[in-house]
Design a protein. Structure first.
Length: 505
């Protein structure tokens, strides 16, 4: 028996990550890769064709997994289901190819055990090829092309490297780290296999959506995945040896001991890479949003989720700019809760991006949006309580003002009621300033006195549809701040209000 050679990673799997040498392979390329590999494998079931097909299918499934958390278009689920089905159907043949290589590597000279194992695998290959051919023949290329016309365009709405994808990558990292500690504790083959799958999901998320991180981490991610992949392959060979009835006990024992040594050497390599202060897990976590950027990435994820459900994303983006200008100006005026709280600013920003998700149908859309937000899983770093707060801000951005007769609102302490009313008042006013959806109001500046808040709005027309909406919308902010709110038109504001607020602070 001889020492196994290092498992190498084919070029096709390296392409998404070697961004300094090759261009980024987006979803469209992966989906076209499935069509090309499926045709090639249908013509001839070579090991190379099957592997390329599985790589492309795995990449498509990984992208679909991520996008389904943002976009509820049914084609994502259907494409992932079809990719997963074909992936599993050709997987048995791929396993035979890999295991044949492992058996040959385990023994420098063909002995009776290796010959029996190779015969067993040859028999398995016949059935695996039948299953693979049947799955390849049943693959619906027309349906796949239809998805090819739809899904890449939908995924292109969010640019690569967007903080929303940092949140998704952090979620995958958290899931993988949990599997890492479970594997170290249980020390079972199943636990290490689960870890391998979790790392693979993390790796493909990074490779697909975070090109800079993929360039930095691609080599280490492949190395760890290769190590755990070899452990899995060797474990499959061990199971075949263990269950093979024609292998003599002494030979079976020698082979299993040799396989176990090979497995333990790889697990030792994995532990060296994954434990200690300089572990790969620490390096990967340091490159994802930390405490100072966690809230920003959470807002970005919620905004990305919202844009797939918002019929007016341009209007929403403009309202977000106006609402944050109002918030920053009120902070600069030294008003207290909640305008002195960075977390409240993030809550307002998230609520602004989410406020229009219930616009279809229009009736009761603020209540429908609030219900959708309460059903939404909280981003990493946020609590269920914070999501409920955002839902209440959205609930009161239009329609009836908050009242103690409202069950959810009445259950909150007075200071929380006040904060929600004020933030909802800011959002109401910002929405009203663009009631005509013309984005005519370009910027805001505030003058605050104990009696009144003067909002000077660049591009505001005091006789427009926006002005009519403002007269109604401003009452909640007036009531919650106990000040009169006046909105006046100005021709030009020299400096953005948020910049001035930062200087005053």
């Amino acid at each position: 028996m001889r020492k196994l050679h290092k498992r190498t990673m084919p070029d096709t799997l390296q392409e998404p990550e070697l961004l300094n040498k090759r261009r980024f392979r987006g979803l469209e390329d992966h989906m076209r890769g499935v069509l090309a590999a499926q045709r090639q494998a249908s013509e001839k079931l070579t090991e190379k064709a099957i592997h390329r097909l599985r790589v492309s299918l795995r990449a498509c499934g990984s992208v679909a997994d991520c996008m389904r958390e943002l976009d509820d278009h049914p084609a994502w689920r259907l494409m992932r289901k079809r990719a997963r089905s074909l992936f599993k159907s050709v997987g048995a043949l791929r396993d035979v190819h890999v295991l044949e290589g492992r058996v040959k590597q385990l023994s420098a000279v063909r002995d009776s055990v290796s010959r029996r194992l190779l015969r067993t695998l040859a028999q398995r290959q016949i059935e695996a090829e039948k299953l693979a051919r049947r799955a390849l023949e049943q693959f619906d290329r027309k349906l796949w092309r239809r998805w090819l016309d739809i899904l890449p365009k939908r995924s292109a709405r969010i640019v690569l490297g967007d903080p929303a994808f940092e949140q998704l990558a952090l979620q995958r990292w958290t899931e993988a780290e949990t599997s890492h500690y479970a594997a170290l504790e249980k020390r079972s083959r199943d636990a290490y296999h689960d870890l391998r799958i979790a790392i693979k999901r993390f790796r493909y998320t990074v490779a697909s959506f975070l090109p800079q991180r993929a360039q930095e981490w691609g080599r280490d991610l492949r190395r760890v995945q290769n190590i755990l992949g070899e452990v899995h392959d060797l474990d499959l060979v061990d199971q075949i040896v263990k269950r093979h009835k024609s292998i003599k006990p002494g030979a079976k024992k020698r082979w299993r001991q040799h396989i176990e040594r090979e497995i333990q050497s790889r697990l030792t390599r994995y532990r060296k890479l994954s434990l200690g202060e300089q572990s790969l897990w620490s390096i990967w976590r340091a490159g994802l949003p930390g405490d100072t950027h966690l809230h920003e990435s959470a807002v970005a994820r919620l905004a990305a989720w919202a844009q797939y459900r918002d019929p007016e994303p341009g209007h929403t983006a403009h309202v977000a700019r106006l609402s944050l200008q109002l918030f920053d100006a009120l902070r600069a005026a030294r008003l207290r809760e909640p305008f002195n709280d960075d977390k409240a600013r993030h809550d307002l920003e998230a609520a602004t991006f989410l406020h229009n998700i219930g616009a279809n149908p229009a009736k009761g859309r603020h209540k429908r949006a609030a219900r959708l937000i309460r059903e939404l899983a909280a981003p990493i770093g946020w609590s269920r309580f914070e999501m409920d707060t955002i839902a209440d801000i959205v609930r009161y951005h239009r329609g009836a003002e908050p009242q103690t007769s409202h069950r959810r609102f009445a259950a909150r302490p007075p200071e929380q009621q006040q904060a929600i009313a004020r933030l909802a008042g800011v959002l109401r006013l910002a929405v009203a300033l663009d009631a005509a959806r013309d984005q005519s109001v370009k910027g805001l500046a505030l003058e605050v006195s104990p009696e009144a808040i003067m909002v000077r709005a660049e591009g505001f027309n005091e006789h427009s549809e926006n002005a009519t909406a403002v007269e109604t919308a401003k009452t909640l902010l007036e009531t919650s701040l106990d000040r009169l709110v006046l909105v006046k038109a100005v021709d030009y504001i020299a400096q953005p209000v948020h910049a001035a607020a930062e200087e005053e602070e």
